[in-house]
Every structure is written in C-alpha cells, then in structure tokens.
Write a new protein. Structure first.
Length: 239
C-alpha cells in the first residue's frame, strides 16, 4: 500500500507540474533528444567487509521538454531508456559437493537492469530566458523492462561463469529465480548549463524503492544510486 501510495503521489505531482507549466508557458516551450552516459551502483542496507561494490557504466537516451514558467523557472520532464546496475566482488570459501573445503576464491556478480524512466525536474536558470547555469531537482518513477545477471567464481586461476534473466514482478516473487520489483521511484538533482539550444546536465539520482523482490539472489535490501551526464538539444518557439 505504501509503495502504491508513493508512486501515485509522484505521478500526480508530475502531472500537476506539467499542467501548471503548460498553462503558464507563454510560448516558452522546447523539446528535443537527450543522450547521455551514467555510472550506477546499489546502496546495500547490510554489507560485509569482504564485499566490494563498484559502479557500472551504462547509457540513457530519450526525449526531454523544457516548459518555461516565467522568470527563471522551468519544468523539465523527460522520457528515457536508462540502464542501471552494479558490480560486486566478494571473497568466498569453495567446497565440493560433499562439503569438503577446496580453498578460497572470489565471486564477481554483475547486474544489469533496463528501465523506462520518467524524471520531472524543476529548474532555476541563471538568466530569465533559461540560458546560462542552472540547478534542478525533482522526482522520478521507473518501469523495469528487463534485466540480467552474470556471476563468475574464480579459484586458483580457474573461473566458472553462469547467468540468466532478472524477471520484473509487481508483488512477492516465486521462491526460485532472480527477480526485481517492476517499479522504481526516487529523487534526483543536479546542475547544468544551457547555450542556445544545447543543454548539458550532470545529476545524481537516489532510489527510494528497494530493487530486489522477495527471494531475490540476496537477502540484503538495496537501492539504485546513479550519476548521469547528458546532452540535450532543445528546439521550439523560444530556445
């Protein structure tokens, strides 16, 4: 219930922002493609000293609009395909099928989740026409489209790799397999600079919705964390 309420509230707030922007835009509307790179990881609620979690690079692409509200303010909604994930390294004890110790090794786990994301930011620009430096912040919601994982165990110079799909689910997951929640939601904020139709932005997104469904590959709860650098080309009546 709390998740549905949170997502509904974010969607309602996003819709209200868009309607407000459309009503007050006064011709200051522009739209265009957005293309960028990101580095993402997970924040674990529980971790061990042997666990090393690293960032994983990805891409994002889609459309962005800029709706002027008058003065220095604007609403900036985007619709994006966004890759997220992480890489984790952990020391493990390797045993045979009869539970006899073989030695120590390293487990490397790689995770990739592909989202359709809707971030909606409120931006304040240095100049009233939207040009120059700007700061922005707002909520986002994400729909998980697909995912995959890959794990590699390295022991004494030998390695074994296996992987599979991560299936999106809306509720509790079945007992076996790799699953992640279908919906993600959170907040993001950052800085940017606009010159004519070009807008360069750097932001950080903080996931507030736990990624794994019950019975996922780990019992630990974790959340998306992502840095994004993107270039937009905005065209319209008032660039």
């Amino acid at each position: 219930m709390l998740l549905k309420s949170t997502i509904s509230s974010l969607l309602l707030a996003s819709t209200l922002l868009l309607l407000t922007g459309a009503a007050q835009a006064q011709g200051r509307f522009s739209i265009g493609p957005r293309l960028g790179l990101n580095v993402s990881t997970y924040h674990f609620t529980e971790s061990t000293p042997a666990q090393s979690v690293k960032y994983r690079p990805g891409v994002e692409a889609g459309l962005m609009a800029n709706i002027g509200l008058g003065g220095h303010l604007a609403v900036q909604p985007s619709l994006l395909y966004s890759q997220k994930g992480f890489t984790e390294s952990t020391s493990v004890d390797v045993r045979t099928g009869t539970n006899l110790p073989v030695g120590s090794g390293e487990l490397e786990y790689r995770n990739r989740l592909n989202y359709l994301s809707l971030p909606i930011n409120m931006a304040y620009s240095q100049r009233a026409d939207g040009q120059g430096f700007q700061v922005f912040a707002g909520p986002y919601v994400g729909l998980l489209l697909s995912g995959k994982y890959e794990s590699t165990i390295k022991v004494a110079g030998n390695s074994t790799t296996e992987g599979g799909k991560i299936t999106p689910v809306s509720g509790d997951a079945p007992e076996y397999g790799a699953f992640a929640h279908r919906f993600d939601a959170g907040l993001q904020g950052g800085i940017g600079y606009r010159y004519s139709a070009l807008l360069l932005q750097l932001d950080y997104s903080l996931g507030l919705r736990e990624v794994p469904a019950r019975y996922a590959y780990s019992n630990s709860t974790y959340y998306n964390r992502t840095f994004q650098l993107a270039l937009r080309y905005l065209v319209g009546p008032n660039k």
